[in-house]
Design a protein. Structure first.
Length: 591
């Protein structure tokens, strides 16, 4: 998973968790600030733990809309098992120019994220440094409040708690003129912050806000934590002096001194909130709040854990509005595994189709017999039927999602060993795009295929146009599904309405031992007809006496591309997209 995708998913899951927690507190009408503070801290811890939960748990899938993408083209490709050329029409990947552009934008977005997050963390560190400076500059008063040291300083306009490991209370220099009631209320307020570990909680909350600054609800959660902590301490102070009016008056005095939020990192008594609203709340305090009890703590944890699990377990997948693009998995129609054999699919537009989800009218998926020879995956009957003989799931994924086999990662070993026979029939003639989408949905339904894509930089071959220009015939005719099957090991490729995206994919499969995918950099948008003749790349130990001498005398693939088609392959570094399998099962739900 790329950094951009990780940060986006974390922000989305965190926002869902915080929003669900806020709604639950409102529905339950929780008014005690101590309980609301505990719930907010639980959501903070849950949000920080989401990456770990997400990595360990995967069960629920959430559909997110994606834009449809156009697909097209046809190509003779290699059957890897027989080393033969066969006619297939796999689903294409995105155009060549979109990959670098998307990659560049991801890098810019990630750079912006780290810049803003770094500034917020730098601001936090500066505040902590100023807190340490303030503590060193403060003078001891000789007072201790239940073991907590009390200092004084001219730098603070009102009481404040500073320090993380061993926090202290810092009073303004005029505290000696206060009444005993006022001093008792102030010490009770600040002492309650220390007993609840509010300083360290608020530092962690600021770190969380810096990591998820692109999630607005992380800022809301921090404000709720600060507000609930101050309200809980106000309640403790009021109960200490048992005079709401007197406490409200002294608090208003501190707030009217005009002190803005200090530069140092601390818990200031008069820094939070609207003065009028805070005073009204203090005056309305009746009986002593119950505070955080053992049962309320258990209830808070019990309600937070399921929310964290749901937010972390949700699997985000993109579902197309009409026709899913390559790499998109639609929401399965069937919930339970579908047994092998012919199955009647729901008609288009029925309740079983999600947003017009395309499906074959009849589909049969069976394990291939052990003595069967591998055959092609191809379109039959003018665009109504797909057929596969003894095809592995890895081969089907490679062809249908237009991804080289080397770039398919994850999943069990049987992906590349178990063969399947598939016969799929549409109710009418379909476009090639729709047939590919139907086959992708068939894989999702019958094999429970779930995946995501990751992009990394690495060595590639860039397919570019020779300086003298292409030497291929443009084919602008209508789409034709009735292509004959071509077999042989004679080093020839017959292209019919071939796009450069398809051709790049085929070249990457043919050059598998080079360990370099081929990326289209030609900029050619048309489909072409051509015949390419070259000396085949023979496996080690393959008897050359089986190959006609005139075939062995042909130029290499690299030279043939340049001389016959006006194309060339250049070794470069670039983005490589990997197909990462998250979940897959044998057809029919077998384990």
């Amino acid at each position: 998973m790329s950094t951009g995708v990780f940060l986006t998913e974390w922000a989305f899951r965190s926002a869902a968790l915080i929003l669900a927690g806020a709604i639950l507190l409102r529905v339950l009408r929780v008014k005690d600030p101590a309980v609301r503070l505990a719930a907010s801290i639980a959501m903070l811890c849950g949000s920080l733990a989401l990456p770990v939960v997400t990595a360990e748990v995967s069960a629920i899938r959430v559909a997110m809309p994606a834009l449809p993408a156009k697909q097209g083209g046809a190509l003779w490709v290699v059957n890897q098992t027989e080393r033969a050329l066969v006619n297939v029409r796999p689903s294409p990947i995105a155009g060549p120019k979109s990959v670098p552009r998307r990659y560049a934008w991801q890098r810019v977005a990630v750079a912006i994220y780290f810049a803003v997050g770094g500034l917020l963390l730098l601001r936090l560190c500066a505040g902590l440094a100023m807190s340490a400076w303030l503590r060193r500059r403060s003078r001891p008063t000789g007072l201790r409040s239940e073991g907590v040291e009390v200092l004084e300083s001219e730098e603070v306009p009102g009481p404040v708690t500073v320090g993380i490991v061993r926090p202290v209370i810092v009073l303004p220099s005029d505290w000696r003129g206060w009444s005993a009631v006022k001093l008792s209320a102030v010490l009770a307020h600040e002492r309650s912050h220390i007993l609840r570990r509010d300083p360290i909680v608020q530092v962690i909350s600021r770190v969380h806000r810096a990591l998820l600054w692109h999630n607005p609800l992380s800022w809301l959660l921090h404000r709720r934590i600060v507000r609930a902590a101050e309200e809980a301490s106000d309640d403790v102070a009021v109960m200490a002096v048992r005079d709401c009016a007197s406490y409200a008056e002294m608090l208003l005095e501190f707030m009217q001194r005009g002190a803005r939020a200090p530069r140092w990192q601390g818990v200031a008594m008069a820094r939070y909130g609207n003065a009028e609203a805070r005073i009204h709340r203090i005056l309305e305090i009746g009986t002593a709040p119950r505070g955080l009890t053992r049962w309320s703590s258990v209830a808070t944890v019990a309600m937070t854990l399921p929310l964290v699990f749901l937010a972390g377990a949700a699997r985000l997948e993109r579902v197309a509005l009409e026709t899913p693009p390559a790499g998109t998995v639609a929401v399965p129609v069937a919930v339970a595994p579908v047994p092998s054999g012919a199955v009647k699919a729901p008609p288009r537009g029925s309740a079983g189709n999600v947003r017009g989800r395309l499906a074959f009218a009849l589909a049969s998926v069976k394990r291939a017999a052990a003595d069967e020879r591998p055959g092609p995956i191809r379109v039959l009957q003018g665009g109504q039927r797909y057929s596969a003989q003894d095809a592995t799931l890895k081969l089907m994924i490679s062809l249908m999602y237009k991804v080289p086999a080397r770039q398919i990662t994850g999943g069990p070993e049987w992906l590349a060993t178990d063969g399947y026979d598939i016969e799929a029939q549409a109710d009418r003639a379909q476009s090639l795009d729709d047939l590919h989408t139907m086959f992708q949905n068939l894989l999702a339904d019958r094999f429970q295929l779930r995946f995501h894509r990751e992009t990394k930089r690495g060595p590639i071959y860039a397919l570019r146009v020779d300086p003298e220009g292409p030497r291929m015939k443009v084919n602008a005719g209508p789409e034709d599904f009735n292509y004959p099957t071509a077999r042989g090991k004679d080093g020839s490729i017959i292209g019919a309405r071939v796009s450069m995206g398809y051709f790049s994919w085929w070249l990457g499969e043919y050059l598998l031992r080079e360990d370099r995918p081929v990326i289209d950099r030609t900029g050619l948008k048309e489909n072409y007809d051509f015949t390419l003749l070259f000396a085949p790349r023979l496996p080690a130990g393959f008897p050359t006496d089986r190959i006609p001498p005139e075939v062995l005398a042909r130029p290499s693939l690299f030279d043939a591309l340049r001389d016959q088609l006006g194309l060339e392959l250049r070794a470069e570094d670039g983005p490589i997209e990997y197909f990462v399998i998250d979940r897959v099962e044998r057809a029919g739900g077998e384990l």
